[in-house]
Design a protein around this ligand. Structure first.
Ligand SMILES: [Zn+2]
Ligand SMILES: [Zn+2]
Length: 413
């Protein structure tokens, strides 16, 4: 009875070894990936497959372990070269032969080198968690409309990678012999014969850490952390609302003493700039957004507003053209707002609003009519005589013609 499972296992083991995933594929990176890209891939994937996040999922656990293995192999130039040339087998031989480089980390230990703490997530479980960080990033309305893949860089406290957060050049950390590792010293003062006062104070030999380092790390000076810029990918989805918060788990300040908190990015809208020579913006026209709707101001001349027969091509935020216009005789009143359906913002939270079939909000076009403040003398004269002629003939009254109630003081046109 016992024979069968044993044979079965023997049969399957070599198969597992043969099919070990390619390290580059595992991390989702190219063969020529830089150290930064390797680190970034590790950061992303190790959080995704961390067993704390995937309880009772053996395949996630296995993947978490493989990701750490892949990282260790590729981040070291020597082992990476061996891996590139001879693959998994070559690497195994190298490691069995006691080759230098490619430190083999316990996967949880490696995780803690990146995110602090003991290698576990700080959600419950009594693990100390660092503060969350919040940053605001402004992007142009265009990116809210079209969606965007961009990146941003922030400076944060990071665990020193040279000493892996130990603060020691040679990795040796000793217990402070002054305080015995407690970080505190108790001193007795005699207040009067036979009467003592105990005073507790921070151990100044180790600065309260309880540990001392003979040879501090030259990079962080023994502080175990450094300040460094870190670049993150920013994925802006079409129609995301202003002020939306995007969470980057465990990407806030790091420390060996706690699990890094979250980095929260709040998206703001960049104010449109007026100074550029962009012809579209010369007249101060740009799209403004309120929720899922867009607003646009279009300027018409007196002739256009009154007589009709005009056309406008408004270039939208993705470059497509919205045509506006009126036939001859079609009057536009100053301040009139025309609502163009389907030309507003893409609707981001469409799934949440049931029965909402629209993919886009509306575009509100407000018409501003500009009267000429100067006319050629000849033109002015002609207009004047036309007015006079028709006024005398019909007694033209614009208020009456427009069907509006007559104002109290009856001004003629
Ligand atoms: Zn001490
Ligand atoms: Zn260091």
């Amino acid at each position: 009875m016992l024979l069968f499972p044993t044979l079965f296992l023997l049969g399957i083991l070599p198969w597992i070894a043969l099919c070990a995933d390619d390290f580059y594929k595992l991390l989702g990176i190219e063969k020529d990936a830089s150290d930064r890209e390797i680190k970034r891939a590790y950061r992303t994937l190790s959080k995704k497959f961390h067993p704390d996040k995937n309880p009772n999922d053996e395949s996630a656990h296995a993947k978490f372990v493989s990701i750490a293995e892949a990282y260790d192999a590729l981040i070291d130039p020597e082992t990476r070269r061996i891996y590139d040339q001879y693959g998994h087998d070559g690497l195994k031989q190298h490691q069995q032969g006691g080759g230098r480089g490619g430190q083999h980390h316990d996967p949880f230990d490696l995780f803690s080198r990146f995110f602090g703490g003991s290698g576990h997530f700080g959600h419950g479980g009594g693990e100390r968690r660092g503060h969350n960080m919040e940053v605001r990033i402004s992007i142009p309305l265009r990116d809210f409309y079209n969606g965007a893949e961009t990146e941003f860089t922030i400076e944060k406290q990071a665990i020193c990678s040279a000493c892996e957060g130990s603060g020691s050049k040679d990795g040796a950390v000793e217990t402070c012999n002054v305080c015995g590792g407690r970080g505190m010293r108790v001193q007795k003062h005699m207040l009067a014969p036979g009467i003592f006062q105990q005073v507790q104070s921070m151990c100044d030999a180790c600065g309260g850490k309880g540990k001392t380092i003979k040879h501090p790390c030259p990079v962080c000076g023994g502080a175990r952390v450094v300040r460094e810029p870190e670049t993150h990918q920013l994925h802006v989805e079409r129609g995301m609302p202003k002020g939306v918060r995007i969470t980057y788990e465990n990407e806030a300040d790091e420390s060996p003493d706690w699990v890094a908190g979250d980095l929260i990015v709040q998206l703001q809208e960049l104010e449109p700039k007026m100074e550029s020579g962009d012809a579209l913006k010369l007249d101060g026209n740009f799209f403004r957004r309120r929720g899922r709707d867009l607003f646009w101001r279009e300027v018409l001349s007196l002739r256009e507003a009154w007589m009709g027969d005009w056309e406008r091509n408004v270039t939208h935020l993705d470059g497509h053209v919205v045509r506006l216009g009126r036939d001859r005789g079609d009057v536009v009143q100053p301040g009139m707002v025309e609502i163009v359906k389907g030309e507003g913002m893409p609707i981001w939270d469409r799934e949440e609003q049931e029965g909402d079939e629209d993919e886009f909000g509306a575009l509100h076009v407000e018409y501003v009519v500009v009267l000429p403040d100067q006319m050629e003398t000849g033109m002015e004269k002609e207009f004047w005589s036309t007015w006079e002629k028709w006024r005398k003939k019909h007694g033209v009254d614009l208020h009456k013609d427009s069907g509006r109630p007559a104002p109290k003081s009856h001004d003629e046109l």
